[in-house]
Design a protein around this ligand. Structure first.
Ligand SMILES: [Zn+2]
Length: 111
């Protein structure tokens, strides 16, 4: 009898199947990451079809400190990425203004 591979199932509360198939529809289950506040970054294995309720945790439960810190870090990353996008949009506008001003100076210079 073969055991589940490391990429298959590690959690003790998950029923391990040899072929990693959904118990409801028989489709292949996949590993995904939860990004809820209660389980940030914790991986789970489930059927990709929403109508199936075949679900199990892949990672063990996270400690309380992790569940307090990780959502704050995720919000900080999202805020910084938003700031970066705003800065890039501003940079594009400034470069456009520089190019337009150079063209206008060249036109005036040639007159
Ligand atoms: Zn399924």
């Amino acid at each position: 009898m073969a055991s589940c591979s490391a990429t298959n199932v590690r959690s003790s509360n998950l029923t391990c199947t040899e072929d990693n198939l959904c118990h409801s529809c028989g489709g292949k289950r996949i590993i995904q990451a939860s990004w809820t506040a209660a389980n940030p970054g914790r991986r789970f294995i489930s059927c990709p079809k929403n109508e199936c309720d075949d679900f199990g945790w892949f990672d063990p439960p996270m400690c309380n400190r992790s569940t307090q810190i990780i959502p704050g870090l995720l919000r900080k990353i999202n805020r910084l990425e938003g700031n970066l996008m705003a800065c890039k949009a501003r940079e594009r506008k400034l470069w456009t203004a520089v190019v337009v001003s150079w063209v206008l100076i060249a036109i005036v210079w040639c007159l």
